[in-house]
Design a protein around this ligand. Structure first.
Ligand SMILES: [Zn+2]
Length: 346
């Protein structure tokens, strides 16, 4: 197994892992999360998800250190960068061994992408109805069909929505499904059925595709990662350079429309052995860190950051001691720039 993959599959949150490295990685994501969730709430003062944004803003704000172990509370929100990262690592860790086992039994995996025409709207209700219609097409038109069940398919589906800005307040949403299935027949069936459900006038046939998975690890990462492209909008600037922007209004619409929707669902062996609950959520107690090597006092460590002063760490408010001595880098400031991007002028 490749080294970079091993790190991911061993799960950065494993309690036996080096707490120092793990906390430094968490600090890096915490900086992003801190800015991102603050902007989400600032830019969407009327949002139905305001409380959720606040929850995410204080996700793992406090680490309690006791007897060489550190634990924290997580917000478990689908849009929290910290929780997304944890969920991704855990899913890969659970999914991969089963995938390898099935491969050893002669199953061949395929990656299927199902897309629809974009939903162009400024109304969250329209977006939500659109997503529900798509979900029903998958659930009623494929997933519960006799043919699908008779193929004895093992796999997983993830729902994802990206966007781009049409003009101020109007967005083009691209809701789509990433699916892994364990036979060519299954991949062909899913794609053919999806085309049939649409008629090719609606769904451009070129985008309903499947490809054989050669590298199980990268396929698992591909399906479980929350790509940054889901949050940012890429467009060409006047100078021809790619501009990366985050539109917090568009994101609020996506999060609101997808609120309560199960993002990830499994079938066949994966459902039996992992279950959808574990694919969509994790337990805080599985994330206890071994911080013996840090030699810090027992106590509560609270998050404090100031990128300007180059500090971002959890501090013991009684002693002033930093938990992981994270060194803020220029890259962090760069990330902050992206996450603090203003709305486009148009
Ligand atoms: Zn969180």
């Amino acid at each position: 197994m490749r080294k970079d993959i091993t790190n991911i599959t061993n799960c950065k949150e494993s309690p036996l892992k080096n707490g120092s490295d793990s906390l430094k990685k968490k600090a890096k994501v915490k900086i992003i999360s801190h800015n991102f969730t603050r902007k989400l709430s600032e830019k969407n003062p009327e949002s139905k998800l305001m409380k959720a944004y606040m929850d995410a803003h204080v996700c793992s704000n406090i680490y309690t250190v006791q007897g060489g172990k550190a634990h924290s509370h997580y917000c478990h929100r689908a849009f929290c960068p910290i929780c997304q990262r944890i969920q991704t690592a855990q899913n890969i860790k659970k999914f991969l061994p089963i995938m390898k086992y099935l491969a050893s039994e002669g199953r061949e995996f395929y990656f299927v992408t199902l897309t629809l025409q974009n939903c162009v709207t400024s109304d969250v209700k329209v977006l939500r109805d659109f997503m529900r219609k798509c979900n029903r097409m998958w659930a009623d038109g494929i997933r519960t069909k006799h043919k699908f069940r008779s193929l004895d398919i093992s796999g997983v589906i993830k729902k994802e929505c990206t966007y781009h800005v049409v003009k101020k307040g109007l967005f083009s949403f691209h809701f789509h499904f990433h699916i892994i299935v364990d036979s060519l027949e299954a991949a062909k069936y899913v794609v053919a059925q999806w085309k049939k459900l649409h008629g090719c006038t609606v769904a451009d046939a070129r985008f309903q595709k499947y490809k054989k998975i050669k590298d199980l690890e990268s396929a698992a990462i591909e399906v479980f990662k929350y790509a940054s492209k889901a949050s940012v909008s890429r467009s060409k600037g006047r100078d021809g350079k790619e501009k990366v922007q985050i539109n917090y209004r568009a994101l609020d619409m996506i999060y609101t429309a997808m609120h309560g929707m199960q993002r990830m669902s499994s079938f066949g062996q994966f459902r039996t052995m992992i279950g959808d609950e574990a694919l969509n959520d994790f337990r805080d107690e599985d994330l206890v860190l071994d911080v013996e090597g840090l030699n810090v006092d027992d106590g509560c460590y609270t998050w404090y950051m100031s990128v300007k002063d180059k500090v971002a760490d959890w501090y013991n408010m009684e002693t002033g001691e930093a938990l992981c001595c994270y060194r803020v880098t220029r890259r962090d400031e760069l990330l902050q720039d992206i996450y603090l991007e203003e709305d486009p002028p148009n």
